[in-house]
Write a protein that binds this ligand. Structure first.
Ligand code: FES
Ligand code: FES
Length: 157
């Protein structure tokens, strides 16, 4: 049995047929081909799958696709506009906030939720916020720097 789920994805109306048990991340990656959202675990711990649902960060592996009905969903593919990276993406690039890049989409989507609530987070607040996002490469130092710089760029934009 399948059900049709309709929502707004990166500003476009989409509809997709899914099984009731299909996870949002599976619908995004396997059905809608937005593969920038990654799957790094099966225990809802890594945060590689973070997207925005109605403006808040959500681990898309811990939500059913049918729960997105009528919602506004933004993935990492939805951030760049007119061929220009979002200031937070640019900050990760500038400050070497990534190595393999696997965790990066989730880090950026989580960071943007933090900055939407706290436009000028300090290092402790950033580290605390990132408890749900794991990176096996960087040691986090440059990720924290990138988020501080990205927040500053967004404030002055
Ligand atoms: S895939 Fe690891 S938390 Fe979602
Ligand atoms: S950059 Fe490789 S997991 Fe974070």
């Amino acid at each position: 049995m399948t059900v049709t789920v309709s929502f707004v994805l990166n500003g476009e109306d989409v509809s997709v047929d899914v099984e009731p048990r299909t996870l949002l991340v599976e619908a995004l990656r396997d059905r809608l081909r937005r593969t920038g959202t990654h799957v790094g675990c099966d225990t809802s711990q890594c945060g590689a799958c973070v997207v925005h649902v109605d403006g808040r960060s959500v681990k898309s592996c811990s939500m059913l696709a049918v729960q997105a009905e009528g919602a506004e969903v933004v993935t990492i593919e939805g951030l760049a506009k007119g061929g220009r990276l979002h200031p937070m993406q640019e900050a990760f690039r500038e400050h070497h906030g990534l190595q393999c890049g696997f965790c990066t989409p989730g880090m950026i989507m989580s960071a943007l939720d933090l900055v939407s609530q706290n436009p000028d987070p300090d290092e402790n607040q950033i580290r605390h916020w990132l408890e749900g996002n794991l990176c096996r490469c960087t040691g986090y130092q440059n990720i924290v720097r990138a988020i501080k710089a990205g927040a500053q760029a967004m404030r002055s934009a």
